[in-house]
Write a protein that binds this ligand. Structure first.
Ligand code: CA2
Length: 144
């Protein structure tokens, strides 16, 4: 089973800025924890981070050639990107949306997600555990 993990804009800064909101782990720490859990499930993972909306769309469009499902933290594009939503809709792969922070207890503009209505589910507010729970949910969904 192959899972594509996508991290949206500014997540490359994790661990370097705003630790009170996003914690002290780096993106690399998150990827390593996912890799370890993925190995327990027998999943191979690829990690992709970009600050560029078009590159994220390109990656999503190509995903069906190589992957069974997507775990995505779309970051700020969650709240703005019809392009990401359209690409996920077009490919039709199952995906789970995750957020480190609880977007529903933050500013109002973060409460809406363009992607969530297409997702298997959304996990928000648990830091690293949001990703690990999301990976587990995705694996359990696609293994059946
Ligand atoms: O909580 C999340 O995971 C978010 O997707 C993070 C996004 C934010 O726009 C969403 O509303 C919720 C922002 C990611 C920015 O990451 C940074 C990390 C360290 C320092 C600055 C930004």
């Amino acid at each position: 089973m192959r899972i594509l993990v996508i991290h949206g804009p500014n997540l490359n800064l994790l661990g370097k800025r705003e630790p009170e909101i996003y914690g002290t782990l780096s993106l690399n720490d998150i990827n390593q924890a996912l890799e370890t859990l993925g190995a327990e499930f027998g999943c191979s993972l690829r990690f992709f981070q970009s600050n560029n909306e078009g590159l994220l769309v390109d990656e999503i469009q190509q995903a069906p050639e190589n992957y069974d499902a997507i775990l995505i933290n779309p970051a700020a594009y969650t709240h703005t990107s019809i392009a990401l939503r359209d690409s996920l809709s077009a490919i039709g792969l199952p995906f789970v949306e995750v957020h480190l922070s609880n977007i529903h207890r933050r500013e109002e503009f973060r409460h809406h997600s363009y992607l969530a209505p297409l997702a298997l589910g959304q996990i928000s507010g648990f830091g690293l555990d949001s990703y690990l729970l999301g990976l587990r949910a995705l694996f359990n969904y696609i293994k059946n």
